[in-house]
Design a protein around this ligand. Structure first.
Ligand code: FAD
Length: 522
């Protein structure tokens, strides 16, 4: 008699359905953790997220002070459709949540010789600008952009959308195409810089395209030229900005996840992944165990092994690889508008090779390239009235115990001198407020090993693609997503990492179900 009673009560039957659902715990609410939680919830799992910080977002969260606000990290958005996909998957309309704007020009470049160059969104206009201001021909630029397109198309499906650690990835036509492509054409045996130098005569344009190595914390003089694919989305698909700032992505993903029934525990650090009989069964938080069928870890892989899985063997072939670069950032509230600047601005160093040589030595060059991002040019609410919010960044080595406070003092001066020189105005009287970030602080706030922005660097062919898998090969039901695992760092790539992980969980569970339903062999 109890069963019909239960089913006649819709609330109780919902509870039963919830109890029957397989459960997942996600450790960390970085962009990949949020995206994985949403995907798994849409697939029917009961998802709980634990996040150490009081807010979600990790490297894509807000910093606010004195009427100014800045995104902590990510500033340029490519492939916005990967964000939209999450909302559409849950039956929602992205435009009900956020708006993004296609930038044109995408970036303004400043060189020490006085040249300024606009990287227009329109390919022909960009090629025209380069041809007008340098020795390059329009056709050379257009054919280079076509080359970016081709290597991206060749590598995208296998290297960015699939796990490289499952044999069935290699049984596709795309994998066969890659296998039969000349490795020289793929760009496995020469560096980004060598390839770009073979195409362009003008050093300024070589430097412009070499810069894309820094988008995953690598060195263009070491990283293989196949990584020129990093420049493809911006030049061939467009560069975007979220109208309400990059952190509005993670804030809206948080909202969406809650609407999908995901439960969040903020200010809550996971201390251990509980493993029994080589299976992940839950997490330990302040001594209490929370059980789940599956665990997804969005924590940096190095810290995940040293802190959460300290009793288990660390896969040193992944964890001991060279780490990516980090940054020093001055978030400045400027009490004046600067028409010389656009939204994204690059003030190049005079000797790029020397800049990366210094980083390889664990130092910072005397003349680093300065990046200035001003989101208040698109959304004035991000700055005090009549002011601008400057996010002013230089690339630096990952943390190896350097004296970062001393570097901050030194580079505040070097960077302001360089900006004054290249934009033709003394900015110092207009800095009304300042927040600073450096590798040690980034390590503390986002729990990123050595303060590296993108986990391992991609300075070698193997480290470019063979990152830690999205699953554990020793511990059942333990999966990984985020910038330190496959396919790597950066907002769109982290979103793909979440997709690969959620797809693997789904397909592994389906395989198990099929296996159970097979008649026993006689
Ligand atoms: P993270 O952002 O690293 O977040 C991990 C989260 O897990 C954190 O919130 C942390 O608190 C939490 N956590 C860790 N351990 C635990 C634990 N034990 N218990 C509970 N919670 C835990 N990308 C772009 O695409 N475009 C850009 O322009 C760009 N610029 C960048 C500039 C800077 C300065 C930085 C820092 C990054 C930039 N990136 C950019 C990179 C991009 O922001 C990152 O690759 C991406 O956001 C990383 O996301 P993630 O999911 O790996 O997690």
């Amino acid at each position: 008699t109890r069963i019909p009673q239960l089913f006649s009560n819709p609330f109780k039957s919902c509870q039963i359905a919830a109890i029957m659902k397989k459960s997942v715990i996600v450790i960390g609410a970085g962009i990949a953790g949020l995206a994985a939680a949403i995907r798994l919830s849409a697939q029917g799992y009961q998802v709980t997220v634990f996040e150490s910080n009081p807010t979600v977002g990790g490297k894509v969260s807000w910093i606010k002070q004195d009427g100014y606000q800045w995104g902590l990290g990510a500033s340029l958005l490519t492939f916005p459709e990967l964000v939209d996909e999450l909302f559409e998957l849950c039956g929602k309309r992205p435009s009900d949540y956020y708006e993004y704007i296609r930038l044109d020009p995408i970036t303004k470049y400043f060189y020490e010789d006085g040249t300024t160059l606009n990287a227009y969104a329109d390919k022909n206009k960009l090629a025209g600008e380069i041809a007008e201001k340098t020795k390059e021909k329009k056709e050379t630029v257009l054919s280079y952009l076509q080359y970016l397109h081709e290597i991206f198309d060749l590598t995208e499906h296998t290297f960015l959308r699939k796990s490289l650690h499952r044999w069935n990835t290699y049984l596709t036509q795309n994998a066969a195409d890659i296998f039969f492509t000349n490795p020289m054409k793929m760009g496995l045996f020469r560096t980004i810089h060598k390839k770009n130098e073979s195409v362009f005569k003008d050093k300024r344009i070589v430097q412009l395209f070499d810069r894309y190595a820094t988008y995953n914390g690598s060195n263009p003089y070491k990283a293989p030229s196949v990584l020129n694919i990093i420049a493809h989305p911006e030049f061939n698909r467009g560069g975007y900005i979220m109208k309400d700032g990059m952190p509005s992505i993670t804030q809206n993903l948080y909202k969406l996840a809650q609407e999908m029934g995901v439960v969040f525990h903020l200010n809550t650090t996971v201390d251990e992944i509980v493993v029994q009989h080589k299976k992940a069964v839950g997490v330990k938080v302040a001594g209490a165990v929370y059980r789940a069928d599956t665990i997804v870890c969005n924590m940096d892989i190095n810290f995940a092994y040293s802190k959460l899985l300290s009793h288990h063997k660390e896969p040193v072939r992944y964890t001991r690889q060279e780490k990516s670069t980090s940054v020093i950032i001055f978030y400045w509230g400027m009490k004046k508008k600067f028409p010389q600047l656009d939204v994204h601005n690059i003030l190049f160093s005079s000797d790029y090779e020397q800049e990366f040589r210094a980083i390889s030595r664990g130092e910072i060059s005397k003349d680093p390239t300065v990046y200035i991002f001003v989101s208040s040019k698109v959304n004035p609410d991000h700055a005090a009235p009549d002011g601008e919010n400057w996010f002013t960044l230089i690339n630096v080595p990952h943390d190896n115990g350097q004296d970062w406070e001393a570097y901050v003092e030194k580079y505040r001066h070097i960077m302001t001198e360089k900006i004054n020189r290249l934009i033709g105005e003394d900015i110092r009287p207009y800095i009304s407020t300042e927040v600073v970030n450096h590798p040690q602080k980034i390590r503390e706030v986002t729990q990123s090993y050595m303060g590296a922005l993108y986990g391992n660097s991609s300075n070698k062919v193997m480290s470019s693609f063979l990152r830690h898998p999205n699953f554990s090969s020793d511990i059942k039901d333990l999966y990984f997503c985020g910038g330190s695992v496959h396919p790597g760092g950066g907002v769109p790539v982290c979103l793909l990492s979440a997709k690969i992980t959620a797809d693997l969980i789904q397909s592994d569970n389906e395989k198990r179900k099929q296996h159970k339903s097979l008649p026993a062999a006689t």
